[in-house]
Design a protein around this ligand. Structure first.
Ligand code: TTP
Ligand code: MG
Length: 443
């Protein structure tokens, strides 16, 4: 990948091979699985819908139904205007049966069972799986395939899902989670798109800004007002313009648009690290103000670790100084602990190095996590319900490398900025600073 890199980020994009699997028109595909006669016809699945009725909303529509303009979230009544029911078309000479579809009510229990079957295959085939919704998951497949064989690998995975479970999937493969997600969407249905390391920035360039991770409809509209329509334009905007308009989040979407995404695929409930960070309205060098903020972040992180039964061996801070310099410092302990006081004292100690410097943002992080035996964090289901909050805590590893040793045998780490997974750390900043919104952040 070309373009500027943040200090400490990996120089090699090819580090990880990430696959994103997203099932095609999932609920409709499930309906077809148990009712094969629906195979080539338009199928609409309605939420709050009952056969013969016109109320409810479209949960999903098969690709054939989408050609009639039927799509998720549309009222069933509106969908029926575009695509009448087969049964009605049979009886009404004014309607053409060929231009009519099948309408089915949502049956979550059944879809969950199909999802479970897909999930079993994903876990069989990939060492690291992160389920994000009923029909979507990220896989880290670095250890089971190579860049020059990953296309066949992914094709086999799709084939296995299709032949074993009987539903179609689209797969995107890329060196980052956000590129993999966009790639899986690129050639739907039954798609398979591989974005090789080095091609990520180019792959993003012509995409609409909405495709950039963290950019929802509201942000996209505001970017439009700045004349930014594509990810490529976002990637070449001046970062301070974006920061002035969107705060810290402007820098995040800027990085994502540049293909920079060091989030790591982690199984749900088992984060690699837990972190909290918080921005100041104005950069400050005030020692007490900084220490206060670090104390409250340390308490929050330690609390989080305790509630997850996580023990940590490394405690770190992140200090962002103007203009956008991200500094991380960390210290490793002789063994894993769950000691909130230690998180605070180590974090404050590490902060000392920045005495006198103006700081715009601070963060506290615990990493090198292990989980208390017998009290494992749940790996969760396929429903994605707690994904947002979980991703708040999931930050990239990558700063564990190349440690320098200090005299007392503890390890001091410096290096990579933390990934702000899902941008949700700003939600925390908001709760402390009372000013951040995450209105249009998508998972
Ligand atoms: P999606 O993966 O967004 O959609 P999809 O699988 O139907 O179609 P695509 O081929 O574009 O991936 O969502 C998965 C399921 O979630 C979908 O089948 C139905 C449900 N869903 C809703 O109930 N309401 C919605 O607004 C959306 C978008 C999805
Ligand atoms: Mg889908």
């Amino acid at each position: 990948m070309d373009g500027a890199r943040l200090p400490g980020t990996s120089a090699d994009d090819g580090d990880r091979i990430v696959a994103h699997v997203d099932m095609d028109c999932f609920y409709a595909a499930c309906e077809r699985r148990r009712e094969p006669a629906l195979e080539d016809d338009p199928v609409v699945v309605g939420m709050g819908f009952e056969p013969g009725e016109t109320h409810g909303a479209v949960a999903t529509a098969s690709y054939e139904a989408r050609e009639y303009g039927v799509d998720s979230a549309m009222a069933i009544s509106a969908a029926l205007e575009r695509l009448p029911r087969k049964v009605d078309a049979v009886e009404d000479p004014a309607l053409d049966v060929a231009d009519a579809g099948f309408y089915r009510p949502v049956d979550m229990e059944y879809y969950e069972s199909v999802s479970d079957a897909v999930r079993t295959i994903l876990h069989d085939r990939a060492p690291v799986v992160r389920e994000v919704s009923i029909d979507e998951a990220y896989l880290d497949v670095t250890d089971v395939t190579e860049w020059d064989t990953v296309e066949q690998w992914a094709a086999r995975l799709k084939g296995e899902i299709r032949s074993t479970v009987g539903v179609p999937a689209s797969v995107g493969v890329a060196p980052t989670m956000s590129a993999a997600k966009v790639a899986s969407d690129r050639d739907k249905p039954d798609g398979l798109v591989v974005v090789e390391p080095g091609d990520v920035r180019e792959f993003f360039a012509d995409l609409p800004v909405e495709d950039v991770h963290g950019v929802g409809p509201v942000t996209a509209e505001e970017l439009g007002e700045l004349g930014i329509e594509t990810a490529g334009e976002l990637a070449s905007e001046e970062p301070d313009v974006l920061e002035a308009r969107f705060g810290e989040r402007g820098l995040e979407i800027y990085r994502y648009a540049r293909g920079e995404d060091d989030r790591e695929v982690t199984p749900r409930g088992r984060p690699k690290s837990l972190s909290r960070e918080s921005a100041f309205t104005e950069a400050t060098a005030d020692r007490e103000q900084l220490a206060d903020r670090v104390r409250s972040l340390a308490a929050s992180v330690a609390d989080r670790a305790t509630s997850k039964d996580a023990l940590y061996r490394t405690i770190g801070i992140k200090v962002v100084t103007p203009p956008f310099d991200v500094n991380t410092r960390a210290r490793s302990l002789p063994g894993p602990v769950d000691e909130p006081d230690l998180v605070e004292s180590v974090a404050l100690d590490l902060l000392d190095e920045f005495e006198g410097q103006r700081v715009r943002k601070v963060g506290v992080r615990v990493s090198n996590l292990s989980f208390a035996a017998g009290r494992q964090a749940s790996l969760g289901g396929f429903d994605g319900a707690d994904d947002e909050s979980e991703s708040v805590e999931t930050t990239a590893e990558g700063d564990e490398g190349d440690p320098g040793r200090s005299s007392d045998g503890q390890v001091t780490l410096t290096g990579a900025p933390w990934a702000d997974d899902e941008g949700a750390d700003d939600a925390t900043a908001g709760s402390l600073e009372g000013q951040t919104t995450i209105d249009d952040f998508r998972g």
